[in-house]
Design a protein around this ligand. Structure first.
Ligand code: 3HC
Length: 689
């Protein structure tokens, strides 16, 4: 068996190299090998100091998440850290890339940390629904103090080497190219200075300072409600950090371990780990291999400088890719560019970028009123009005302008991509790139594969998505693609229940209780009722609200009334309109009451649509559907997405409840064949992968 940790002796200093591609995760094998190498170095009288360094692209990225759910094999990661605590010789961690989670905890158990200037450290466990389980919650407060530790561990943010140095999380930061040599030199200096072995566990100043401040933890919880809602891990992190203050180090560690074990066994953490792997799995397209070589995208053209076009443009500017932005009128172009600038300036005002960065990004835009300016672009993205005729016209014109091999993309959110592609003589170059609004923020990018789209184009789109910080999910062509099609039934059911007499506030409350940031009607009001396209032929509550000037939050009135702080309250006007529209449409039926019944009505049709999307081959895998819902519609990540959630409910129960709903509300609740088959076989969507 190949060893994942090996040693080389460099006059007094033992260099132990961890090599477990791709990210040096601390698997059972790596921990065992590292333990043996350390043991050998501890016993070897010629060794006076040890440097831990990693091969490949990064320092240790954490515990091996794929091994979660199985008991730790010995030595566990906490054991390994204790073994380092008890080391008889100085140990220095040499960090490059990212030292995350258990990787950073391993480094914190060493006596010294030296990092490359480009390195980052952090404890991102919270994003997996767990807490740092190898001493992170006990050691970090001993370095940075309790408040900073709470912020670092509950946010899971990555900290650059310079900030880490100023916080004391590392002892030195050096040029990337000289990390190894500097780490050895550091070790030699430690030896020359007498071989001191400072341990973070022995520090007491910061935790003792927090003794007198009993309100600190309650205040932190109160100040950060968004970090806690629905999630289990943040509260457990606070509890563990509190233990660092109130208990001796070993007892604090024991508290941390107990909390870790509870969290790792929770459905919330299972869901968040599912999302972690789903995000990465989505990038794989089974029939696209190394033979499909992605095109280099050096210049992009965006057609349409409206909200979507502007947001799309920002993604490329952020990645340093120049964009030619084309509009029909100077006014629209100026407005679009001014909005982009305003967005950047707002970010700069919050201290999240410098004014120099704002100017660098703005300088990458070439505005134009002429499609001819797109002649050199490698990728063109059309983001104009959702009209088949308009889009076909643009694509036909682009066909005569852009260079051979350029990719022609449409940002359409529901139109038939194959019809758009047919307007050109190069349908193989046409792809859908469906961004979600706000396009510079939302991480989902649906890559829509038309019947003629070439493999090269798909490979390019998937790679480009990662470059601009998006998670690409491949979709086939259908009305609404994956995410919009998936979630549409939730809206239909919300509106149907409203007409049957269920108060909209109850419907919204059930969704918020489930974990959505807001309910269906709150979301409509936020987007603006005039912005949402409606079926003009049919009388609807929304149509009536718009006619009454109740356009949503921006007017202080929509489905809800809003006060000056934009807090919603039920509206008598809306209630009367609902009753009128229901009477006019002859809507019968009783109000649905109780969160469980409301959620079954709202969310089972989403699960059902997911089953259809999967069965039709529109999505490649169940986890793609989940990640599209999480990243495109803010489906609560601790529920894992609709299909993961349905598996947890049990498909047998989902089907039985849907059949009961079908008996009352009709066909829309008829369980999809795939759902029925899986339920009959006692399986879940997870078993399909
Ligand atoms: N365990 C197992 N596999 C991991 C892993 C981990 N901790 N981290 C990454 N991987 C895998 C990914 O699944 C992916 O596999 P694939 O190629 O088969 O899809 C591969 O490594 C590469 O990962 P990315 O595609 O994410 O590569 P990037 O270069 O974009 O990012 C990274 C690298 C920043 C290290 C990123 O992978 C990451 O954030 N990893 C997770 C870090 C983390 O959460 N660490 C904490 C783990 S929990 C823990 O340590 C518990 C402890 O406190 C006890």
């Amino acid at each position: 068996m190949t060893r994942t940790a090996t040693s080389a002796f460099m006059a007094d200093v033992m260099l132990i190299t961890l090599d477990n591609p791709p990210v040096n995760a601390l698997s059972n094998a790596l921990r065992r090998d590292l333990h043996e190498e350390l043991q050998r170095a501890f016993e070897d009288a010629a060794v006076r100091a040890i440097v831990l360094i990693c091969a490949g692209r990064t320092f240790v990225a954490g515990a091996d998440i794929t091994e979660f759910g199985q008991p730790w094999q010995r030595p566990s990661l906490p054991d390994l850290c204790t073994f380092l605590d008890d080391a008889p010789k100085p140990v220095i961690a040499a960090i490059h890339g990212t030292a995350l989670g258990g990787g950073f905890e391993l480094a914190l158990a060493c006596h010294y940390r030296i990092a490359a200037l480009s390195a980052k450290v952090g404890l991102p466990e919270v994003h997996l629904g767990i807490l740092p389980g190898a001493g992170g919650t006990q050691r970090v407060p001993r370095i940075v103090g309790v408040e900073a530790a709470l912020e670092i561990i509950t946010s899971g943010r990555r900290i650059g080497a310079t900030e880490a140095l100023s916080l004391g999380l590392i002892d030195a930061a050096v040029g990337d190219a000289i990390l190894r040599d500097e780490a050895i030199a550091f070790a030699k200096r430690v030896i020359a200075d007498g071989g001191a072995m400072p341990r973070i566990r022995d520090r007491t100043v910061t935790v003792e300072a927090a003794h007198a401040r009993s309100d600190l933890f309650a205040n932190f919880r109160k100040a950060n409600p968004h970090r806690f809602k629905g999630f289990l891990a943040p509260a457990a992190i606070v509890e563990a950090v509190e233990a660092a203050v109130t208990l001796p180090f070993d007892d604090g560690l024991a508290t941390e371990t107990a909390l870790f074990e509870r969290l790792v066994a929770s459905p919330e953490s299972a869901a968040q780990r599912h999302a972690f792997f789903a995000e990465r799995e989505a990038a794989r397209v089974p029939d696209i291999g190394a033979d499909a070589v992605p095109i280099d995208i050096c210049a992009v053209g965006v057609i349409g400088a409206g909200t979507m076009g502007g947001g799309i443009t920002m993604n490329f500017l952020n990645a340093g890719i120049p964009v030619t932005l084309v509009e029909m009128t100077q006014e629209a172009l100026d407005r679009g560019i001014a909005t982009i600038r305003r967005n950047y300036e707002a970010t700069a005002a919050k201290g999240r970028m410098t004014t120099q960065h704002v100017e660098q990004r703005m300088a990458l835009i070439s505005p134009s009123l002429d499609l001819g300016a797109l002649v050199d672009a490698d990728l063109l993205i059309e983001a104009v009005y959702e009209s088949m005729d308009v889009k076909r016209d643009i694509f036909a014109r682009l066909d005569g302008i852009v260079k051979q091999g350029a990719i022609l993309a449409s940002n359409t959110s529901f139109l038939d991509l194959n019809r758009i592609a047919a307007a050109t003589r190069r349908p193989a170059c046409v792809v859908g790139l469906h961004f979600f609004s706000p396009a510079n923020v939302m991480r989902l990018l649906e890559v829509v594969r038309g019947s003629a789209t070439s493999k090269t184009v798909i490979a390019t789109a998937m790679k480009l998505a990662k470059r601009i910080g998006k998670v690409a999910v491949l979709s086939g062509v259908c009305d609404g693609f994956i995410a919009n099609r998936l979630l549409a039934p939730r809206g239909y059911q919300a509106e149907a229940m409203m007409l049957e007499g269920t108060p909209i506030a109850e419907i919204d409350r059930a969704l918020v209780g489930y974990g959505f940031a807001m309910g269906h009607f709150q979301m409509m009001d936020l987007v603006g009722l005039d912005v949402i396209g409606r079926d003009a032929a049919k009388r609807t509550v929304m149509g009536d609200l718009v006619a009454a000037g109740r356009l949503g939050q921006k007017r202080g009135a929509g489905y809800y009334d809003y006060d000056e702080k934009r807090r919603p309250s039920p509206s008598a006007v809306t209630a009367a309109l609902i009753a009128e529209v229901a009477a006019a449409g002859g809507v019968a039926g009783a109000a649905t009451r109780g969160d469980e019944a409301l959620l079954a009505r709202l969310l089972y049709p989403v699960v059902n649509e997911g089953a259809k999307i999967l069965d039709e081959g529109i999505a490649l895998r169940a986890s793609d559907i989940d990640i599209a819902a999480v990243l495109g519609y803010n489906w609560p990540v601790y529920r894992g997405g609709p299909l993961f959630w349905a598996d947890q409910v049990g498909l047998g129960r989902v089907v039985a409840e849907m059949r009961a709903l079908e008996a009352v509300h009709g066909e829309v609740f008829r369980p999809a064949p795939l759902l029925v088959r899986l339920a009959d076989e006692g399986r879940g969507f997870g078993s399909l992968s």
